[in-house]
Design a protein. Structure first.
Length: 294
């Protein structure tokens, strides 16, 4: 099999992230092991759609969600597309495959009040300033967790009110910096400089090392647990809150699309489907029972 060639292709030619490649490796190995154990087939280049359909059934019986199954099939599809590209096969066994229907996830954004309350609970030390800046930057810019982790000092252009972000497949974009965020960056850098670290990354651990994804998740969950009863409290909810709050306050959806780094407007339009603060406010202001009570 040509897995290694495929992974090299994803990294060197398609600029896929390490996390995506790791996920593809896991998914392809899972399918390969299924073919070996269930069908005694050692080469997944030589299979038909029946085999893949049996795998899908097996995954479903393992209680995996349609979203997870679709992701695994997507990895397999990319592999077959690669094999066609290098003339190893003539057509993909997945050419007529239809994705499983996925129930859209409803992500409840934090309220503006919850975000403001969180900003007031951080300690006045290195970790406190760092954690506050992480939360404030996620909310003020709408960037992804991995984008936050990989920001370098040189990516921040204070005079131009911009920050350079590396998104999916290493695509770069410029994101505006608001005044309050610039002030928080300045305060954090005073503490960061005391670490005397040679790292170029903006966000560091107390030992001067680059932070990891789990740290960002823990910080968001820890501090929002103090002010919010929402079930999901993650960096992605902050990204969702950023977009939802801008839309609720009249921002142009195309501007939000560019800031978020979406390749199509369809990805941004999911944020127009839930405008809870405005919906609740309109409901309370205009429902006859509420009016009569006032």
């Amino acid at each position: 099999m040509l897995f290694k060639n495929f992974f090299d292709y994803l990294i060197k030619e398609r600029n896929y992230s390490d996390n995506t490649v790791k996920a593809y490796k896991k998914d392809l190995n899972t399918f390969s092991n299924f073919c070996i154990s269930e069908l005694k087939k050692n080469d997944i280049r030589d299979i038909d759609y029946t085999v893949i359909r049996n795998w899908i059934v097996n995954l479903s019986e393992s209680k995996l969600s349609p979203l997870t199954i679709n992701r695994k099939i997507s990895a397999l599809s990319r592999y077959y597309d690669f094999l066609i590209k290098i003339d190893e096969i003539n057509e993909s066994p997945l050419k007529n495959h239809k994705r499983l229907k996925v129930q859209p996830k409803i992500i409840i954004p934090f309220t503006e009040e919850e975000v403001y309350n969180v900003i007031d609970v951080f300690d006045d030390d290195f970790e406190g300033k760092r954690n506050m800046l992480m939360v404030e930057m996620l909310y003020s810019t709408g960037i992804r967790r991995d984008e936050l982790i990989n920001i370098k000092i040189d990516d921040i252009f204070m005079d131009e009110d911009l920050i350079k972000v590396r998104g999916k497949r290493n695509k770069e974009r410029l994101v505006p910096l608001i005044t309050s965020l610039k002030k928080s960056i300045h305060k954090y850098l005073i503490f960061r400089d005391q670490l005397n670290s040679s790292s170029k990354n903006l966000f560091l651990t107390s030992k001067g090392l680059k932070i990891g994804p789990s740290l960002v998740y823990r910080v968001v969950k820890k501090y929002f647990s103090k002010v919010s009863t929402k079930v999901k409290r993650s960096p992605h909810v902050l990204r969702h809150s950023f977009a939802s709050h801008l839309l609720n306050n009249g921002a142009d959806i195309n501007s939000i699309k560019e800031i978020l780094g979406h390749s199509s407007l369809a990805s941004t339009q999911i944020y127009t489907k839930i405008k809870l603060p405005k919906i609740i406010s309109d409901y309370q202001k205009n429902h006859p029972r509420e009016i009569k009570k006032e």
